[in-house]
Design a binder for this molecule. Structure first.
Ligand code: AMP
Length: 298
């Protein structure tokens, strides 16, 4: 049975169609799990729970094999892989969902193998909250539970999401999602509200403006690494989450975890899909991490 501490990751595994002012790309490997895995897998033992369809390309599987420590609970089922289409406006902080096709995720009922039931950290990346709950229900012990979500689930599955929140240690979400969930425009107000709903810690991601952590009266800000050009912001939040979760598994501080997340996200946005993130070498990730940690972000 598994003994060394590991991160259990569940979220979407997708083929994305992305439309930006820098060009359009279809059927790119994407999904919250994918970005989080490539980010976390370099720094922490990461086990994946998820499902793909029979149309999932072998190159996609190779990426999962490269970055994951355990794929026992990654299933292939008859049907289509999750598909998502996103349209970015000139400002990459603003985007529109064109379509979300759940495919094999629609009926996926994960059954955790014994090896995956006692993680030290669980990252419930963005996916249907009932699926996040199904994974949590099978976990033994008392892991740190980090949760991310998205506007679709906030709008359509609020009751299930509320149940997830009650079992969340650290909630990650972006500014517009925090507004949608709480009706508060100001991140400080939204965080104060969210801290009464379950999580004792909240991180609000502000896109190109960085991120802010809240716990009780504590507040920690983290900036972004100044990349030359933001080509495709897809997956930045998931990359941040993967790095953040991996650093916490390694026993790093919240500030260090936010800096690692921010460093990884800065690679993600430099090219379409996972292209740049997957190629990022450890020394350059460290270099950006050092840059981020040296500054006082207020
Ligand atoms: P991010 O840019 O970090 O918010 O994440 C974008 C990724 O989330 C894309 O690769 C999509 O495949 C995936 N995604 C989009 N909508 C959803 C959804 N409703 N549930 C789960 N994953 C999604």
């Amino acid at each position: 049975m598994e003994t060394s501490p590991f991160l259990l990751l569940v979220g979407s595994i997708a083929l994305d169609s992305i439309f930006t002012s820098h060009g359009n790309h279809e059927n790119l490997l994407g999904g919250s799990t994918t970005y989080a895995l490539i980010s976390a897998g370099r720094f922490a033992r990461t086990h994946v729970v998820g499902v793909v369809g029979t149309d999932f390309p072998p190159e996609g599987l190779a990426v999962y094999q490269q970055f994951s420590a355990d794929l026992t609970d990654l299933k292939t089922l008859p049907g289509n892989t999750f598909r998502w289409g996103g349209l970015y406006h000139l400002d990459q902080d603003e985007r529109e969902t064109l379509f979300t096709e759940l495919g094999v995720f629609a009926d996926f009922q994960p059954e955790l193998s014994p090896v995956n039931r006692s993680p030290a950290v669980v990252f419930l990346a963005n996916i249907h909250p009932e699926l996040q709950l199904a994974v949590l229900d099978q976990i033994e012990g008392d892991p740190l539970v980090i949760v991310d979500t998205m506007n679709l689930w906030i709008s359509t599955t609020r009751e299930a999401l509320d149940r997830v929140l009650k079992r969340t240690s650290i909630l990650l979400l972006n500014e517009s999602e925090a507004h949608l969930l709480t009706d508060h425009f100001q991140p400080d107000d939204a965080a104060a509200d969210l801290l009464t709903r379950g999580p004792k810690q909240v991180v609000i991601k502000l896109g190109s403006q960085g991120s802010v952590y809240y716990a009780g009266s504590e507040k920690i800000s983290m900036g972004v690494y100044p990349v030359k050009q933001v080509v495709d912001a897809t997956g930045a939040g998931d990359s941040f989450g993967g790095g953040f979760a991996a650093a916490l598994l390694q026993g790093k501080s919240i500030r260090q975890a936010m800096a690692l997340g921010s460093s990884l996200a800065s690679f993600t946005v430099e090219d379409f899909g996972i292209t740049r993130l997957a190629q990022a070498a450890t020394p350059e990730i460290q270099e950006r991490l050092t840059y981020l940690l040296k500054r006082d972000w207020g």
